[in-house]
Ligand binder design. Sequence first.
Ligand code: NDP
Length: 361
Amino acid sequence: VAYASSSSPAVNTAEAGVVVPATMKAWAYDDYGDASVLRLDEAVAVPAVGEDQVLVRVAAAALNPVDSKRRAGKFKATDSPLPTVPGYDVAGVVVKIGSKVKSIKEGDEVYGNINEKALEGPKQSGSLAEYTAVEEKLLALKPKNLDFAQAAGLPLAIETAHEGLERAGFSAGKSILVLGGAGGVGSLAIQLAKHVFGASKVAATASTPKLELLKSLGADVAIDYTKENFDEQPEKYDVVFDAVGNKLSLAAERPTKQQTPSASPDNASSFWGSGQGEKAVKVVKEGGSVVVLTGAVTPPGFRFVVTSDGSVLQKLNPYLESGKVKPLVDTKGPFAFSQTVEAFSYLETGRATGKVIISPI
Ligand code: NDP
């Protein structure tokens, strides 16, 4: 298979004494589609290393919904050409550095989200492979207390949680409602709001079995979305962080007495209707912010697309190393590299608790 950024001869990196092969094992797809388009390719070219990049020997990778949406062809217009090796999140060891790399050296244990702009030309050669090439500025040193599998689950999700809170102007003393608190992003939004930004009050939603988890992450109030409608509570928040979007329909698959639509067209449309956007804006204080990650946006809500930034990871490392902020790894995993299709199918149920990890690679 020919990839645009391929290098061919084996490279002997003198300092680390590591021989980088010309080809590697990687998951790849040639056409857009469901998880069945993925195939394990035993001989993909190891990506060339640009002058501002390092080559990482991947130890662990994490799956994100954006991998699935991209593979489904939702971002065709701005995607890199097929075939694609998917994967945004990586943790591993640096085995080669580009000529302009300043602070990372061979042998460093690093982690990061390899695509600076999630949807604008994501790399053709991603992290679900033995090697991936990444700009130095997108990486940080792996927190010392975390193993590669734990670290791999953090970058995209924690960058999204952090950027969303910053864009919403979140700060100490403010209150927040996190919709989707048990997911990859939500579990970190709760922790960052509480333990890094100094929230006065954190509320979050999940289904019944996950309510205790929300509390353990730092939520003061855990709302069971299968039993109560978050927008029917009197409380209003400075910020609503919506990591669920149009998945309201999933909740609708588990109707309860309170949620059953009445004959009133208004109720019916908010129950079956266009997602949580319009509900989220009902519970934000006047002048507050509603951050939306996916789906329709109702003013004053706003949506953004995450930017990868190693300096954000570096800034958060002390909170990770002190254990104030903890990675949440879904316990169905980590999945073996050979089980990547199963791991994607699991992620795509929308029921994962924290991150779906592939390790070792
Ligand atoms: P996950 O797959 O990790 O989310 C799974 C979680 O969602 C489960 O724990 C599930 O809990 C919860 N969930 C599902 N439906 C509901 C509901 N109605 N109410 C509350 N919780 C619910 O996803 P991520 O956290 O990784 O991503 C969330 C969304 O944000 C995705 O659509 C993703 O594409 C998007 N995203 C957007 C970014 C951007 O830059 N704009 C960046 C990152 C993510 P339960 O089983 O209890 O329902």
